[in-house]
Design a protein around this ligand. Sequence first.
Ligand SMILES: [Zn+2]
Ligand SMILES: [Zn+2]
Length: 845
Amino acid sequence: MPTDKEVKKAFKQTASKNPDQYYATSVLKEEGFKRKQCACKIFYWTACDAPTCGDPACSGGFRFFGGKTPAKRELDYPGVWTAFASHFKNLGYTPIKRYPVVARWRNDTDFVQASIYDFQPYVVSGEVKPPANPLVVPQFCLRFNDIDNVGITGAHYTGFVMIGQHAFMPPEQWNQAKYFRDIHSWLSKGLGLPNKEITFHEDAWAGGGNFGPCMEFFSRGLELGNQVYMMFEQTPHGPRELKLKVLDMGMGHERNAWFTKGAATSYETTFPTVCKKLFHATGIKVDEKVMEKFLPYASYLNVDEIEDTEKTWNFVAQKVGIETKELREKVLPLAALFSVGEHARSLLFAISDGGLPSNVGGGYNLRVILRRALSFIDKYEWNIDLSTLCVWHADYLKNIFPETSEHLATVAKVLEVEKSKYESTKQKTRQIIEKLMQSEITNTKLLELYDSQGISPELVREESAKLGKKVAVPENFYAQVAELHQHKEQEHQTHREEKIDLEGVPETKALYYQDWKHIVFQGKVVKIIGKNIVLDQTAFYPTSGGQLHDIGVIEGMQGKDEVVDIFKQGSVIVHVLKETPTCKVGEDVKGFIDFTRRKQLAQHHSATHIVGAAARIVLGEHINQASAKKTVEKAHIDLTHYDMISEEKLKEIEDKANWLIQQKVPIQLKFYPRTEAEQTFGMGIYQGGAVPGKELRIVNITGYDVQCCGGTHLLNTGDAEAIKILKANKVQDGIVRVTFVAGDAARAQQKGEQNVLEETAKLLQCKKTQVPARAQELFELWKQAVKKKKQPTSLELKATEEFLGSEKDMLVKVCEIYKTTPEHIVKTTERFLSELKETHESEKK
Ligand SMILES: [Zn+2]
Ligand SMILES: [Zn+2]
């Protein structure tokens, strides 16, 4: 099979040989456009005999600054979307709300990078209905491949809004001429551009095995957008028409405002109020004249491409007509200031949508831009606070993105914690590196420094250079880091190495979705492979969604078979028996599930959702589930949180979880079509990560927690009986694991604590309530005798003071005295007593 790149190249040739078949040429001709070919080989359409295709490289860069914009209509940033949405509403499109930029519904990407991401994979593949059809969406996107150019070139962003125009149509309803006319009407009526100021390019697009023609549109050297028509798929037998054709038009929101205003940089039109405040706070001024001359050449300073920085600066300065030093002094602080503003905006969206800076995955890039902004603030000694910047951004965006104002407290908290991490890293880096300079800094060492201390290799390189030592950083360093952290194992990904041959075995009907107490069922044997047996339907739950499998018995004519494991392979559920089965294929059998185990697992699973909900109430809306596991003994949930969870907060979460149990909140279990589920409950339902399928099973703890999940759940929070949190520990930067028990396991835990008190009371020969006082007395005696070698006059414990408070508090008190954990109290008491006795006896000899 050819690669996407090869497919694109080949199809571009096919399409340009027969443009009437692949492009909306009828509309172009109607509007007075003529087809020409540029020196760069591109076929383009112009209404004014333009001599080139209009690409900045062919036409000499951007030519709309300084009031030279040909747009008759001036639109400010929020105004672009408002005008676009109403324009397209009149043309029969439904404007929809943006999706979160954190793409929890996908397992192939951390962030949304284009508007079509919202509808991949299931809408584009035709499996799931789109939320509206056709539609338009202002989708905020994050891309981190141009970080170093942000600020400098006047047009680069890490976070931007892609306005999407989308249609998902079977071939008979596909109307390419209309889609094209609609976007052209936006350019001509929406922006007020005369046809002679617009150039269209014929191009082709290919991705993920699909391909089709596309039309890019330019004005004055600026690409405003691109309309892609996904019409074909590549198969081993050649191209084939798609059953669902997809319109994917993406247009830069920022560029529309920039272009109609004709401003020098797009940052000033994307966040004008923020720029104004930044200029005011720093005293920096834009030299419009210099910037206008500089910006057409700004792209020469693209840091990824230039080899000799100094030479390039000299060249650009010559073009602008000023000294290199002066140009640098004018451009660099301004670029830094725009970067700070731009990065704050990206962080506002990302954190509001549930993203957290960290040292792995997508969170890593958030930390990179955050630290880039902080280092500019440091370097220029500006008095700028990033969270205040976020407030200004949210205020400017409130008409089109009101949700950015909803989580400002969380955003501020996250930025504060990140800033202190940045400060402490900076401080310790120098000391650590000085120490390391004696030996060679290897790749392994770099990985270790980054992983355990959060010290980036760039920082190591910088600091080493100051000390006169060169450190080589491998190009794929962050890929290596990512590899170290492959444990983003989400609920649904339950791997099983061995595969058995299930060719021709029909899908198993699962009976465990409705009622967790459904533990006796009828079924028919459809396949036996060794000790593995498949039924037509089963209530046995296979290990999945982080929840362990059921066990039990399958009873047939010849006897009972013990079931020891259950797993799902594709859509078939396989029962693993302890011995060779006594039943035969075609036989009717009865299944019996071990109730105690099922109950405990259901309690642990529902408790996982309850603890997540409680944590969200206590810690904030940024709490999401990163992973979870439920066994019979205990369960854990990994929470996305920017800091460690304190003992007090942990106690609060436990109390809130038990409060939710006391409220006896109904837990609703229901299947929904995917799009309906997303629209009704929001994209937060993907707590367990991306889930396949047309229908989603929604587990709804009414009013507190909604997510799609396939586990065996209780029907009421009250059935979880009790939740006891055992501990919290950091498993990864930005992820805290909370381990807990529920139901019988929680009671067993409490019983264990009672036993500890009872046994300790026996050892100390006192009442339970006197244990803390006696423990204190014993500890003092032991310290005197064993540590300080002073012989006590008597070994007798006399304290009788009674403790006022719960048994739990009593244990906490004793733990404090002994400096130990509850499970070690009995042993510690025994040790103190015996050591005390030993010293006493040796003294007597
Ligand atoms: Zn050209
Ligand atoms: Zn779940």
